[in-house]
Ligand binder design. Structure first.
Ligand code: NAD
Ligand code: TYD
Length: 369
C-alpha cells in the first residue's frame, strides 16, 4: 500500500489535498506532519478517515526520517510553509526558518532514508511552490512560464525561491526524485481569513471595512484549490522527476474585479435568503446597502507585485491538466462553503480551536486521536 507523508496537511491547501487524495485513493496511507502554527488547524481534516496527524516540525530531521522509515512512505508532498506575504514583511525570520531551513531539513531526511539507507528505492519528493518566485509582470508582458528567470520581491517569495533552488539541487546532485509545482493564488474552503477572498467575505458579512491596497489594480491569476490539487495529483502520477510545472486557474483578474464580484455575490445571496440578514445583522446587505459600500482604499503593501499570470501550457500539454471551473463558479461555491461552515471560521476567528489544541498538544509530538 503506497503511503504519502504530507507536510502542512492541516493548512489550507494541504488539507484540501488530503481530502482530494483520500477520495480518489482510499487504499493509500496518509500521514500528515504539521507544526500547527496559527494557520494549521486539525479541524481542517475533520471527517476524513484514515489519516494520521503527527504534530511536529519539518525542521526536526530525526522525526521526518522516523516517519518516512516507520510508515514506509514512498511519497512526500511538501506544503508546509509560512505563506502570507504581509506577515513576511512584518517578520521575515520565520519564513527563512521554515521555508528555507525546513525544506532543506526535509530534503536531508528524504535523501538519507530513500537514497543512502534505501539504496535508491522508488520515491517522489513533490515541492509546492508559488508563481511569486518569478517576480512581477508589466501589463503586456507574457505570462510566467517554467523558464522565466526567478526575481522574487518579498521575503516570502524569496524564501520560496531559495527552497525551489535547493530542491532542484538535490535532484541534480544526489539524484533525489523531485518535482516542483509553482501555482497562482488559491481560493476555496478552509482558507485562513487573512488572505484576500476569505478576509473580504467575512468582513462583508460582519460589516467591517474591505481594505484595498493601493489602487486595487494589481492582477492575480485565481486558482480554485481543488483544481490545484488536481494538478498536483497529475504530477505525482507522472514520471516527471526533475521537472517543474506551473499551475494556474485561467482567471487573470485585477483585485478590484475580484472584490466587486465578491460584493455582488454577497448581496445576491442576502437577496435570495432572508435568513442571512438574521444571521449577519451587521452586514450592509442586511440593511439595504451594498456590500461594496465597505470598500476602503488603504496604503499600499511595500514592494507590492503588480501582476502575476501563469502560462500553463506545459502541464496541459504533458499531463492533460485543465482547471475544472471558471472563477465565477468557484467563487460562488466558496462563498456557499463559508456560509455553510460558520462554526469553522468563528472558531478560527475567536481562537477557540487553538485553546483546544494547546490543552491537548503543548510540548508533545505524536498522533492526534
Ligand atoms: P497555510 O499557511 O494555510 O498552511 C501552512 C501549513 O504549514 C499550516 O498547517 C502550518 O501549521 C504548517 N507549518 C508551518 N510551518 C511549519 C513547520 N515548520 N513544520 C510543519 N508544519 C508547518 O498555507 P497554504 O496557503 O495552504 O499554502 C501551502 C503551500 O502552498 C505553501 O508552501 C505555500 O507557499 C504554497 N502556495 C500557496 C498559495 C496560496 O494562494 N495559498 C499560492 C501559491 C503557493
Ligand atoms: P493575498 O491574498 O495576500 O495573496 P498574495 O499577496 O500572495 O497575492 O493578496 C491578494 C491580492 O490582494 C494582493 O494583490 C494583495 C491584495 N490585498 C488587498 O488589497 N487587501 C488585503 O487586505 C489583502 C489581504 C490583500
Amino acid at each position: 500500500m503506497p503511503t504519502l507523508l504530507v507536510t502542512g496537511g492541516a493548512g489550507f491547501i494541504g488539507a484540501n489535498f488530503v481530502r482530494f487524495w483520500r477520495e480518489r485513493h482510499p487504499a493509500d496511507g496518509v500521514v500528515v506532519l504539521d507544526a500547527l502554527t496559527y494557520a494549521g488547524n486539525p479541524a481542517n481534516l475533520d471527517g476524513v478517515d484514515g489519516v494520521e496527524l503527527v504534530h511536529g516540525d519539518i525542521r526536526d530531521q530525526a522525526l521526518v526520517e522516523k516517519l518516512l522509515a516507520e510508515r514506509d512512505a514512498d511519497t512526500l508532498v511538501h506544503f508546509a510553509a509560512e505563506s502570507h506575504v504581509d506577515r513576511s514583511i512584518l517578520g521575515p525570520d520565520a519564513f527563512i526558518d521554515t521555508n528555507v531551513i525546513g525544506t532543506h531539513s526535509l530534503l536531508k531526511a528524504a535523501r538519507n532514508v530513500w537514497l543512502d539507507k534505501g539504496s535508491g528505492r522508488p520515491h517522489r519528493f513533490h515541492h509546492i511552490s508559488t508563481d511569486e518566485v518569478y517576480g512581477t509582470l508589466g501589463p503586456a508582458d507574457p505570462a510566467f512560464h517554467e523558464d522565466t528567470p526567478y526575481a522574487p520581491n518579498s521575503p516570502y517569495s524569496a524564501s520560496k525561491a531559495a527552497s525551489d533552488h535547493i530542491v532542484r539541487a538535490y535532484h541534480h546532485t544526489y539524484g533525489l526524485q523531485v518535482t516542483t509545482s509553482n501555482c497562482s493564488n488559491n481560493y476555496g474552503p478552509y482558507q485562513f481569513p487573512e488572505k484576500l477572498i476569505p478576509l473580504f467575505l467575512l468582513n462583508a458579512l460582519e460589516g467591517r471595512p474591505l481594505p484595498i491596497y493601493g489602487d486595487g489594480m494589481q492582477v492575480r491569476d485565481w486558482l480554485h484549490v481543488e483544481d490545484h490539487c488536481l494538478g498536483i495529483s497529475l504530477i505525482l502520477e507522472s514520471d516527471a522527476a526533475g521537472e517543474c510545472f506551473n499551475i494556474g486557474g485561467g482567471a487573470e483578474l485585477p483585485n478590484i474585479t475580484v472584490i466587486d464580484t465578491l460584493c455582488a455575490a454577497v448581496d445576491d445571496a442576502f437577496a435570495a435568503d432572508a435568513g442571512l440578514a438574521r444571521r449577519f445583522p451587521q452586514a450592509p446587505a442586511a440593511n439595504g446597502k451594498a456590500s461594496a459600500s465597505l470598500k476602503t482604499y488603504v496604503t499600499d503593501r511595500p514592494g507590492h507585485d503588480r501582476r502575476y499570470a501563469i502560462d500553463e501550457r506545459r502541464i496541459s500539454a504533458r499531463l492533460g491538466y485543465k482547471p475544472g471551473r471558471d472563477f465565477a463558479t468557484g467563487l460562488q461555491q466558496t462563498i456557499r462553503w463559508y456560509l455553510d461552515n460558520e462554526g469553522w471560521w468563528r472558531a478560527v476567528q475567536n481562537g477557540s480551536y487553538r485553546a483546544w489544541m494547546e490543552r491537548n498538544y503543548t510540548g508533545r509530538q505524536g498522533r492526534i486521536a
